[in-house]
Design a protein around this ligand. Structure first.
Ligand SMILES: [Zn+2]
Length: 275
């Protein structure tokens, strides 16, 4: 029974951390690079959990990994403050030129599971009948024939029982394009809590949510990660989406920490408001 219990806790933590990094220990995670205090202050002001932020290179660019996001230094400068108190949030920039079909591709290194999960994620979004839809294209090589959103593979060990399952390369650009992609941590596939297709699809849907402008529904408190950060009035590129709840929304696919494998009604509302 002990094993089972450990497994459960680990599973909960890992799914909980679709996104996130909640950390009860001070164990450092892959200290590839310490982040300059000025940069940390900007991320902190934007309500990101900076306790595990580190400098790294992701999808060919240098920047900072924080929660399940990666930002270049230019992107960090773009995180502008906005007040907000409610639960579903979008970033300042959204995808424009609607209606629009967004191409998406997945790194073959993520295998059949990655491929099947992406198909399921595309189905989840396209079923909603939004003004943005997704279509799968072949994974580009050496920078050519890139899809609008590329799903890449990265490998990063868990730390203190928590693992970052995915990492989005920021939010939509000022030009109105989606973020260029996100990564899936293939370390997850090696663990006893390796995902099934639906769990991976849910994580991909979460990361696509960031790429098209959704922030975490509990970005102010990170309650879903078992944290209880004080809410403040300073926000950041976090604009309340009308029609979404102002109370807790534990089933949202955009919680900092899952578990969510499909959109709930509020996610659908939020996506319909935006697109
Ligand atoms: Zn996230």
């Amino acid at each position: 029974m002990k094993n089972q219990k450990l497994l459960l806790i680990f599973a909960v933590c890992a799914i909980l951390c679709t996104a996130c990094q909640s950390d009860q220990t001070e164990e450092p995670i892959q200290e590839e690079g310490k982040v300059n205090p000025e940069i940390l202050a900007k991320l902190d002001a934007a309500y990101f959990d900076i306790s595990r932020a580190f400098e790294t290179t992701f999808m060919g660019e240098e920047g900072v990994a924080v929660e399940d996001m990666f930002f270049t230094y230019a992107q960090i400068d773009e995180l502008a403050p906005v007040d907000s108190q409610a639960k579903h949030y979008r970033t300042t920039n959204l995808v424009t030129s609607l209606p629009r079909t967004i191409t998406i591709s997945v790194d073959p290194d993520l295998g059949t599971l990655g491929s099947n999960a992406l198909d399921e994620t595309i189905r989840m979004y396209n079923t909603l009948g939004l003004q943005i839809s997704f279509t799968r294209v072949a994974f580009g090589q050496r920078g050519r024939n890139k899809a609008d959103i590329e799903v890449t593979e990265f490998f990063e060990f868990e730390s203190g029982g928590f693992i970052t399952l995915g990492r989005a390369a920021g939010f939509p650009t000022r030009k109105g394009d989606p973020a260029k992609g996100f990564g899936i941590n293939s370390r997850w596939f090696q663990l006893s809590i390796a995902p099934n297709v639906n769990e991976l699809a849910g994580t991909m849907a979460h990361e696509i949510g960031h790429c098209i402008g959704l922030r975490h529904t509990d970005y102010q408190t990170r309650q879903s990660c078992g944290q209880n950060v004080n809410e403040g009035s300073a926000g950041v590129g976090a604009i309340y989406i009308p029609g979404t709840p102002t109370g807790s929304d534990f089933n949202s696919i955009m919680q900092s920490c899952g578990p969510a494998i499909d959109f709930n009604n509020n996610d659908v509302t939020a996506l319909n408001v935006l697109y």
